[in-house]
Design a protein. Structure first.
Length: 365
């Protein structure tokens, strides 16, 4: 790996010496996400390949530029998976981009987030130093867990070179149930089911032409899934057919998302127990009520942030409307003063010259 890293390290050191901003890019599938893109491209494509895979240990290690689809295919051959279902948003998604973005798919509320599966990580900081944190087992962290700190940092702290990830076997049992319910009743049932010993894995509520529909995915032991199907009722869907729909949900290509390409797409992260909110339109609801997507005309920032905050959560302008001419600023939820100070200090320690993905996470960082 040293031969692959040498030119990247040399470029980073030169950029730090001249104060030249660098824009880290994997496959570009998440270029829409974050505040802004700035700097000379620093491509991770040369850093590709699965360097270690121990199926019996449930651990895989891959270089940052490895296509996410390639990693998932290798895991599928051994009956294993990334349980948090990272979105692809196109064919170019990479392992490094997956960790840097920190985004998870439909199963996140039940299976956990990206950071929960990052065991170890190698990175290059803003001084051009190659650093390794964590390892390939769960109980190896002494002090601050820097590996998971990089998840969701959007490349602002350094170049991710390699990541070791915990994987899990594909559950033997799976079923998706369909219920025709309004949003309020869907949330009530999801909250009730969440307190019961059920193999809940993912949920999606959506309204079409005034009719609300809840899709509930169950995963686990076959006996547990079958028992849950009998007790919950609903209309059982064909697994082969609905599997593609869950992937469309993961990548925001369901008809609901496609119909809102000309609007700002807002992501409201809330407590699962939050009630129905007063929003510009009925949202698409995931994560058993904890994630609500809303399409809105530009200029709805403050009302949406107030609604989310009143419910105990926060709102993010996830994807600006297609063709929007004016820049979207302040897309991520504002930080409190103490958190902002922590972010600044972390940035100063990892990237003292401020060269990595300048302004990508927050406009002034």
């Amino acid at each position: 790996m040293e031969s692959l890293l040498d030119p990247l390290v040399a470029r980073i050191r030169a950029a730090a010496g001249h104060g030249t901003p660098l824009r880290i890019r994997g496959g570009g599938s998440k270029d829409f996400y974050g505040e802004r893109l700035e700097g000379e491209l620093l491509e991770t494509a040369p850093l590709a390949g699965i360097t270690s895979y121990e199926p019996t240990e449930l651990v895989v290690t891959a270089l940052a530029g490895t296509p996410l689809a390639q990693l998932e295919a290798a895991l599928a051959e051994r009956g294993q998976c990334l349980p948090f279902e990272p979105p692809h948003f196109g064919g170019g998604a990479t392992v490094g981009g997956m960790v840097a973005a920190g985004l998870s798919g439909p199963a996140r509320a039940s299976a956990g987030a990206v950071r929960d599966y990052v065991l170890g990580l190698t990175m290059v900081n803003g001084r051009g130093e190659v650093l390794t944190f964590g390892g390939q087992v769960m109980k190896n962290v002494a002090g601050y867990d820097v590996s998971r700190l990089l998840a969701g940092s959007l490349g602002t702290l350094g170049l991710i070179v390699e990541a070791s990830l915990k994987v899990l076997p594909v559950p033997p049992g799976e079923a998706t149930l369909r219920f025709e319910l309004g949003q309020d009743e869907a949330l009530r049932r999801l909250n009730t089911w969440g307190g019961q010993p059920l193999p809940l894995n993912a949920s999606c509520w959506v309204e079409d032409d005034g009719v609300g529909t809840l899709y509930l995915r169950l995963r686990g032991a076959v006996a547990a899934v079958e028992a849950a199907c009998r007790s919950l009722g609903g209309e059982r869907q064909d697994n082969a057919q609905v599997r593609g729909d869950w992937q469309l949900c993961r990548d925001q290509r369901l008809p609901w998302f496609e119909a809102r390409r000309d609007r700002d797409l807002w992501r409201l992260s809330l407590p699962q127990t939050a009630p129905v909110l007063d929003l510009p339109e009925p949202p698409l609801v995931e994560w058993h009520g904890g994630l609500r997507w809303v399409g809105a005309a530009p200029g709805q920032d403050e009302p949406l942030r107030r609604a989310a905050a009143a419910a105990g959560g926060h709102a993010t302008l996830f994807r600006p409307a297609a063709g929007r001419t004016e820049p979207a600023r302040g897309r991520l939820a504002p930080l409190s003063s103490p958190l902002q100070q922590i972010h600044r200090e972390l940035k100063r320690q990892f990237d003292p010259a401020g060269i990595f993905n300048r302004g990508r996470l927050y406009p002034d960082l």
